[in-house]
Each structure stands twice: as C-alpha cells, then as structure tokens.
Design a protein around this ligand. Structure first.
Ligand SMILES: *Cc1c(COP(=O)(O)O)cnc(C)c1O
Length: 359
C-alpha cells in the first residue's frame, strides 16, 4: 500500500501570488507547489511513492509515451465550501476509471485506495491552492505514463503515476453561454474495439484536427458520430452528450464501448428522476436529433463533464445546415447544472454521500 507521505520541508508560493492567480485562474494555466508521484516497474510493482515540488520529469527521448502514446489520465476537482472545508466529488469513480483505462492501454493499474491516498494527501498539502470564488475549484490531473527509454513495441516496463493540480475558474466567465457544435462526419475520434471507453491522450490527439476545423465553422466543439455508419451520436471531444425531449425524457447514448463513462453523465442520470425526468440510455440517431429539433420533440441539448459541468448547446451545425435550439434560463439543462453545483459546493444536502471531505 502506498502512503504518499507529506514532505516535512514543504515550501509554498507566497499568499499574495496565489491570490493574484485566483483573481484570474483560467484553466490549467497555473499549477500548485507540489505533485504526487509513484513509480512502477515490472520487477518491483508500485513503489517509491512521494510528494515533491512540481518539477520537470526528465524523461529520456526514447520514452515509450513519446512514440507510442501509452498514457491514460483522469480529471476531478476539489471544491471549497462556504465554511472553508474542502471536498471531492465521487473520487472513487475516477480511481476505478483510471484503472480501467490503464488496462486498455496495457499500463499497470494503480489500486483505487492508493489513488485516493494520493489525491487526499496532495490536496491536503496544497490546500491553500483551493480557491473559494464563484464556481472556482482545484482541478486535479492524475495520469499514468510509460517512461521506459526503449523503442521496442511492447508495454513499457517502467511507468510512473503522477498527480498535478491546477486552480481553475468558472468555465464560463460571463455567465453560462450556449455553445455551437459542429457535427463531424468526416473524422472519427474512436472506432469499434478501440480506446473510446478509455480516458487516454491518444483519443484527444485524434480530436484536435476536427476541433480546429470546427472553429473555422464558428463552432467551439465537435460532436462525433459512430465511425462505421456515421449515423449514431457518440459524444463530444471531451464531454458526454444529452438531449431533453418534450415528453420529459433525458436521453443519452448508451455506453457502447466507444463512449467515455463520464462521472458527470452518471450523476445526471441518477438525479434525473428528482427533477421529474425519465433517464434513458439507448442508441441515439443523429437524424432523430435534427428532426426532433425541427419538430419540437427535442427541446434541449447539452454536453457534460467535470471541467465545464454542464454546457447548454445552442445549435448543431453540419454540412447540411444549422439546427438551432432555443436556450432558456429556466431550462432543464440549467436546473440540472444548478442541482449538481449545489451538491458539489455544499449548498444542497448530499443524500447519496457523493462528497468526500478532505479537510
Ligand atoms: C473526461 C471525459 C468526459 C467527461 O467525464 P467526467 O467524468 O464527467 O468528467 C467525457 N468524454 C470524454 C471523451 C472524456 O475524456
């Protein structure tokens, strides 16, 4: 069992500088003073766990990750409540998913309890970096990376788990704004039997060019459809997809192996009945979404993930045209968004024990 013991000689950025960062944190721009690290080798397994100053890694240029993209990652947040306490949201889900992702990428699986220890200890040590502003949080980025300095094609025998942390602001600086989405039928992000259900850097690399082309169409995100038939909706580059119907259904594509099992997705499906919605997981056809928007049977679309929580979708665009939605302040989307944020920031009773207190 790993302990990620807190260093006795920790040094910190001065508070005035941290306050300056909190005034405009951005996303993933600034990092806390420390990072948690554990190493794995095929002979000794996991060990050498430690918390050290956030520093460059010094990998050899032959490291497997640079050539064969053997890497998986996670994303979760630490939230500061009004009473000053600091909490995590369902962190065991991230630990389980990291292990599942690692399996698909032939990386060693970090035990969930060790993952939780690393998160708890780093957040405890760098607690002063957890901001208290509106919708601010400390974003945590755990990852497992193949660092063996060897060009042979086989799973690396020398691997590290690393956890870094970055204070982040609200994804939406000027209030929640709907995003326009480009539907990519030319490019796929993942394929059947591929790595779609794993949170790995390679999936993101494959999404960057379509993302850039979407910008040129005036869209900020891409919606990917299945790669075989270009017919079934899967998800965005880094967020899951939902639609709300006029009959009160909350519909999202079922986890078919190509879709990342989002913690936000799962949480939304769980709370849906409390908001009078019927959660439905099933294959969703692109044509049914666009005709539904046109005839009014689809009333709202949104995307969800830890980073941006819930993002209303204002329109879907593709080569055939634009499908515009009416985005209202009193929407189901905003009700779900507020419900989740209220749990995360301690403004609503946490009946499901989703929150884990760090300090
Ligand atoms: C991380 C991620 C999500 C969202 O997952 P959450 O656990 O809700 O943050 C959705 N899709 C992809 C491709 C992702 O990488």
């Amino acid at each position: 069992m790993l302990s990620f013991e807190l260093p006795g000689d920790a040094t910190f950025t001065e508070q005035a500088r941290i306050d300056e960062v909190f005034a405009e944190p951005g996303f993933g721009v600034h990092f806390t003073d420390h990072m948690a690290v554990a190493d794995w080798s095929i002979t000794t397994g996991w060990g050498n766990d430690r918390i050290v100053i956030n520093q460059p890694l010094g990998l050899g240029p032959g490291s497997a990750v640079f050539h064969y993209a053997q890497e998986v990652f996670e994303g979760l947040k630490a939230y500061r409540h009004a009473d000053g306490s600091v909490w995590l949201f369902r962190p065991e889900k991230n630990g389980e998913r990291l292990a599942n992702s690692a399996r698909r990428l032939a990386l060693p699986q970090l035990p969930v309890k060790d993952f939780l220890t690393s998160v708890r200890n780093l957040v405890t040590l760098d607690e002063r970096w957890v901001p208290a502003g509106h919708e601010q949080s400390l974003y945590l980025r755990p990852f497992i990376v193949a660092k063996e300095d060897f060009l042979g094609v086989r799973p690396a025998q020398d691997v590290s788990y690393i956890l870094i942390a970055s204070p982040v602001g609200s994804y939406f600086t000027g209030g929640v704004a709907p995003v326009d989405i480009w539907v990519s039928r030319e490019y796929s992000r993942v394929a059947n039997g591929g790595t779609g259900h794993a949170k790995c850097g390679g999936n993101y690399a494959a999404s960057l060019l379509p993302q850039e082309l979407a910008y040129e169409q005036g869209c900020s995100q891409v919606l990917f459809v299945d790669n075989a038939q270009k017919r079934w909706v899967e998800e965005l580059g880094g967020m899951n997809f939902f639609m709300v119907t006029a009959s009160g259904q909350l519909v999202t594509p079922n986890l078919n192996g190509n879709i990342l099992p989002g913690v936000t997705r799962d949480s939304i499906l769980t709370i849906a009945p409390e908001l009078g919605l019927t959660p439905v997981e099933r294959p969703v056809e692109l044509a049914e979404v666009t005709t539904g928007i046109a005839d009014g049977s689809v009333t709202e679309l949104f995307a969800c993930g830890t980073a941006a929580v819930i993002t209303p979708i204002g329109s879907l665009k593709d080569v055939d045209g634009t499908h515009q939605l009416e985005v209202r302040e009193d929407s189901v989307t905003m009700a779900l968004r507020n419900y989740l944020l209220d749990i995360q920031y301690g403004r609503r009773a946490d009946e499901r024990n989703w929150m884990v207190r760090v300090r």
